[in-house]
Ligand binder design. Structure first.
Ligand code: A3P
Ligand code: MG
Length: 467
C-alpha cells in the first residue's frame, strides 16, 4: 500500500561502503498516537536502497518491509515474520574500517609470498600434523592481523579464533622458518601507513610475533565478541598459485556481524575463474594493469543488516589506500532458471562429494559444468553475481570450522543471497570452533527459488547416497 504521510526528517551524512550516502531518520506520525521510525539511505544517484522501519505503537508488534527504487514512493508489505536488524546505523564502523585495511594488508603479504613460492621451489612449505601444507603466509597473516587488531582496538578488547597455532613455529628446529615469518611480518607492517594504519615504532622481534599468533586463542562460543580469522583459506590453491582467500569475521553473541573476504587472485573476468591458474598468470602478464585498471584481486565486506556488500580492488603497486578505495556494491545474480545457473564446489573431491552434487545438479536441471574453485572465493563468486550456487557435502564425520564460512556467509546474505545447511537452517556460529549441528551440507544460493529446489533434491536423494 502506498504510504502517504507528513514527516519530520533528520539527515545525517553516512558512509558504509563506496558511495556517499545520506542517512535519513524520519518520524512518521500515524493514527492512534503511534509513529514509525524510518531509517533510510539515499545514494548520490538519488536511489533509495535500504530502509528499516519500526512501528512504535502501543499493543503492536507489527513489522513492515519497505522496498523502493526511488526516494519518493514506498511499497509496504506486512512481513510479521521478517527479522529486522536492530543494529544502530554505523555500529561496528570502526571495526569494519580496520578489518578491511587489515585484510588489504594481508592480501598484499600473501601476493608477495605466493609470487616467491611460485618462482622458487617448495622449500617454504612445511607439513602440518594433518599433512596439509602450511606456508609462511599463514603464520605471517595471522600475526599481522592479530597485531593490527590489538594495536587499533586495544588488546584487551580483542579476542580472535584462528586456524594456526605456534607449536610448529616455536620448535627449536623451526628457527629458520620463524625468522622468515618475522621478516615477512615486519616487511608487511612497515607498509602499514599506505593502508592508513600505524606501523610499529620498531620492528617486531620473534617473541612479539609468536605472541601475536598465540593471542588468537579464543574458543568462540555463544557470548561476547570475537573475531574469526582464516589467514589463508584454501592453502592448496595458494601453494598451487591458484585461488585462495583471507577471511575475517566479527561474531557477537553467536551472530556474525561483520564479514571481510580478501580474494587476491579473483580475476577481473569471471570466465577466468575456471581457467587453470597457469593460463591466468600468462594472461595477467600479457595484460599488465594500467594505473586506471586492476587485473585481479578484491576485498569484499559487509555489515549485518546493512543490506549491502561492497567490493574494493586491492591496492596496486605503491599506491595508498584512500577509503573506500573505489568500492562498488556487489549483488547476487538474478538468475533463477537452473539451466542458466552456475554452481561452484571445492576442487578437491576429498572436501566435498563431486558425485553427490553431480546427481543433484542433474535432478534440478543444472546444465553447466561445475565451477571448481579453491577456498571461500566460491562465496565471493556468489556474492558478486558470477555464480548462483555453492554446495559443499563433506564426508560423514568431518566438522566444518567457523572461520571457513563466517565471512562468506554474511557477505552472501547481505548481497541478497541465501545460505543454510541442507536442512534449510542457518549455520550456527555460536557453538565454538565448529559449525555444530550442521545438517548434511552447506547450500548457498543467489535466490530462494534455487535454494528451495536444491534442498528438496537433497532430501529426495540423500538416503540413496553413500554419504
Ligand atoms: N576432509 C575435508 N572435508 C571438508 N573440508 C575440508 C576437509 N579438509 C579440509 N577442509 C577444509 O576445506 C578448506 C578448503 O576449502 P576448499 O576445499 O573449498 O578449497 C580448508 O581450508 P584451509 O585451506 O584453510 O585449511 C579446510 O578447512
Ligand atoms: Mg580454511
Amino acid at each position: 500500500m502506498p504510504l502517504n504521510c507528513s514527516s519530520l526528517a533528520t539527515k545525517v551524512p553516512h558512509t558504509l561502503g563506496g558511495l556517499k550516502t545520506t542517512a535519513t531518520t524520519t518520524t512518521i506520525h500515524v493514527g492512534g498516537g503511534g509513529f514509525f521510525n524510518l531509517f533510510s539511505k539515499t545514494h548520490q544517484n538519488n536511489s533509495l536502497y535500504i530502509a528499516s522501519l519500526s512501528l512504535n505503537k502501543r499493543n503492536s508488534s507489527q513489522r513492515y518491509c519497505l522496498s523502493s527504487s526511488s526516494s519518493s514512493s514506498f511499497v509496504m508489505e506486512d512481513t510479521k515474520d521478517m527479522v529486522f536488524s536492530t543494529l544502530e546505523p554505523g555500529k561496528y564502523s570502526k571495526e569494519l574500517d580496520i578489518a578491511v585495511r587489515a585484510v588489504q594488508m594481508a592480501c598484499f603479504l600473501c601476493q608477495k609470498v605466493q609470487e616467491s613460492l611460485i618462482s622458487k621451489t617448495t622449500s617454504q612449505l612445511q607439513a602440518k600434523d594433518d599433512n596439509s601444507p602450511v606456508t609462511i603466509a599463514d603464520w605471517s597473516v595471522q600475526a599481522t592481523v592479530s597485531w593490527i587488531l590489538s594495536e587499533t582496538l586495544g588488546s584487551r578488547n580483542v579476542a580472535i579464533i584462528a586456524e594456526e597455532d605456534v607449536q610448529t613455529l616455536s620448535k627449536a628446529d623451526s628457527a629458520g622458518l620463524l625468522e622468515a615469518v618475522v621478516q615477512t611480518v615486519n616487511d608487511c607492517l612497515a607498509e602499514a601507513p599506505r593502508f592508513g594504519l600505524k606501523a610499529p615504532g620498531t620492528s617486531l622481534g620473534s617473541s612479539e610475533v609468536l605472541e601475536a599468533i598465540s593471542r588468537c586463542n579464543s574458543t568462540g562460543g555463544p557470548n561476547g565478541r570475537f573475531w574469526a580469522l582464516d589467514p589463508v583459506d584454501g592453502t592448496l590453491g595458494f601453494v598451487r598459485g591458484d585461488q585462495y582467500a583471507v577471511a575475517l569475521a566479527l561474531i557477537e553473541d553467536g551472530e556474525v556481524v561483520l564479514g571481510v573476504l580478501g580474494c587476491p587472485n579473483y580475476p577481473m573476468r569471471k570466465e577466468w575463474l575456471s581457467y587453470h591458474h597457469r593460463y591466468h598468470r600468462i594472461i595477467s602478464k600479457l595484460t599488465p594493469p594500467t594505473s586506471e585498471s586492476w587485473d585481479k584481486g578484491c576485498v569484499i565486506y559487509t555489515r549485518r543488516g546493512s543490506g549491502e556488500a561492497w567490493m574494493q580492488p586491492l591496492i596496486q603497486g605503491h599506491k595508498k589506500l584512500v577509503w573506500p578505495n573505489s568500492a562498488t556494491p556487489v549483488k547476487v545474480s538474478t538468475i533463477e532458471n537452473p539451466a542458466l545457473a552456475t554452481f561452484c564446489e571445492p576442487v578437491e573431491k576429498a572436501n566435498s562429494s563431486h558425485s553427490f552434487t553431480a546427481g543433484l545438479a542433474h535432478s534440478v536441471g543444472l546444465r553447466k559444468q561445475p565451477l571448481r574453485v579453491y577456498s571461500m572465493v566460491k562465496y565471493a563468486a556468489i556474492a558478486r553475481g558470477d555464480a548462483e550456487i555453492f554446495m559443499k557435502f563433506a564426508r560423514a564425520g568431518y566438522k566444518e570450522k567457523i572461520w571457513d564460512h563466517a565471512a562468506g556467509v554474511i557477505i552472501i546474505q547481505e548481497a541478497g543471497g541465501v545460505v543454510t545447511d541442507a536442512g534449510g537452517r542457518p549455520l550456527d556460529f555460536s557453538k565454538g570452533m565448529y559449525l555444530e549441528g550442521l545438517d548434511r551440507g552447506i547450500i548457498a544460493c543467489a535466490g530462494a527459488k534455487l535454494h528451495e529446489k536444491i534442498t528438496r533434491a537433497v532430501d529426495a536423494s540423500w538416503n540413496s547416497s553413500s554419504l
